[in-house]
Design a protein around this ligand. Sequence first.
Ligand code: NAP
Length: 495
Amino acid sequence: MTAQPKQPQNLRYIIIGAGMAGILAGIRLLERGETDFVIYEKGSTVGGTWRENTYPGVACDTPAHSYSYSFAFNPDWSAFYAPGPEIQDYFERMTDKFGVREFIRFNTEIARCSYQDGRWRVTTQDGQVDEADVLVAATGVLHHPNTPDIPGLTDFTGASFHSARWRHDIDYSKQRVGVIGNGSTGIQIVAAMSGQVPKLVHFQRSPQWIMPCPDTKYSDEDRQAFRQDPDKIEDVRSGPEAQARRGRFLAAIIDSNSPELTEIQSIVEQNLNETIKDPELKAKLTPNYRAACKRLVFSPNYYQKVQHPSVSVEIAGIERVEENGVRLKDGTFHELDVLVLATGFKVDAFVRPMTITGIDGIDLNDVWAEHPKAYYAVTVPKFPNFFMLNGPTGPVGNFSLIDIAERQWNYGDQLVDLLRNGQCKAFAPTEAALEEYEMQRTEAAKKTVFASGCKSWYLDAKGVPQVWPWPYETFMEVMAKPNLDHYELTPMANG
Ligand code: NAP
């Protein structure tokens, strides 16, 4: 339908989550001069994943200059791949620089959001109620720790904790440490702790392909140059090298038969073959699936660090955890003082465990009974004036989630313009639009490398990758301007 300009409306917004995406939402609203909003945050400060993940070696394997807001470059990154604490510091600074902090209600978890009489009614865990015209979920993806179902885990008498709940009260230099899991997190932890503890055992259920990457640190001169010439930052973000890297990776993931994937495969095989000397260790570390099927792990030094004499890799499978260590299926027993669960996250939660109900009380949990879905990863039919940043089926892989969130905000903001301008009372995508999107997305997703024969957190219960399966350029195009033909716009009461 064609929307006609009407009386401008003043809107109130509720944003849930003060991680990278929630801070972005606050900044963008303030830029527009809008101050009638609140950001609810369950934690005691901003930063989301970077607040919660404080394990040794935590870093972002997206180049730091790309993992920054497009409008707030940071010439001060210490390295090409920034360590986690620096990223956390960046978000703290951005929150203050743009004046967002005063709009955040910390230590406040939201229990329910329901759309009633044309407004969102939001209830906190302690029963307070707030209302707004627009609801934005900026709740992130990787924040509900996955505790593995390993027999005996609770019998362990040493310290046992998830990687996102790192214990900083322990002197690790005297501890025998076991790390379960070898995703990006487990690999970073083992590389950082190697040689720092008397014994380190890396329990791997499935080996990972490892992409070598430079361990480039920026010097004071580099930082000075970035400060003086922002084009140098732009070059790291989107210059020819960045484009080639992104282009190769994109071509590889959307087509598992592409020459780009063959190239990536040969790089990771070379990395393994040239770095690991011992044939037995090499066999243990060799995956039986294709590179990038699981999220590609980037590491400048894991293979070097895992060959330290105090480190061992176990692939026999864990039989059970006992009081003082881990028993493997082949009978081997490792006595341990600390057991780190680098076992990932419950990735299909998204906005849950919040209950979100839309028109006529329809529950998002029911809409998502099979798997989480959203039209172009942003909006959901029957949930008016609601959109998600980094919601289900968005682009995944080794991209900057900040760029993704910025584009999704731009898209959602244009929909909100319809409300601001009084062109309609509510917007939501049509059921047909979501159905068509899901049908095409599912078909394309089956051809991606993520469906090429491995288990990963990208797959739903039926083994279909829950990802954006098309070129990133397509994502950029569809986010540039919402197609209103695919939206139901509720007219204003006065016509
Ligand atoms: P993950 O990739 O989901 O890896 C979880 C690991 O735990 C896997 O090795 C898995 O083995 C293992 N595991 C799970 N349950 C197990 C069980 N019951 N018994 C034995 N092993 C078990 O989790 P993650 O490493 O925390 O990474 C999650 C995501 O966080 C990444 O994909 C990435 O998006 C993000 N991340 C990014 C960075 C970065 O540098 N940008 C760093 C860290 C994390 P299987 O493979 O056999 O399932």
